[in-house]
Design a protein around this ligand. Sequence first.
Ligand SMILES: [Zn+2]
Ligand SMILES: [Zn+2]
Length: 147
Amino acid sequence: MAVRKKGEYYYADSQLEIREVLAEYSADNAYPIDHFADAECDECGGRLFALELDDLQGAAVRICAACESEHAIGDSEDYLDEAEFEGCECICGCEALEITGGVALYDGSEDVRWLYIGCRCPECGVTGCYGDWKNEFNGYQKLLARI
Ligand SMILES: [Zn+2]
Ligand SMILES: [Zn+2]
């Protein structure tokens, strides 16, 4: 199966396909994604999370659906004080989502220019970019290790 579009929404069958949806979104945003990483709970290995984000401040926190441990995505830790987080949910109401991040780099560099956070709903398959922002960070591998 592959990503399908119905109306204004994309539907995907696996977390891997979040990458396809994000790639297309990022190409339209003029900063195409160079690298991806999937979120996995550091504590229990869980793959479903509640996601809270503030795309004005450029910060996001994920909370593991299995063990409730919280993790600041990327360099969000630095912006927690100023951020006004809003909880995310799928159009079907589901709040436990698969999360994959993508980064666009500066040309010929390992440094990050833009961060994208994509989610897929395990209940209905709806997949999309839930937030993206300018995220200057030296060394993309370090940032992606904290998705
Ligand atoms: Zn966990
Ligand atoms: Zn859903």
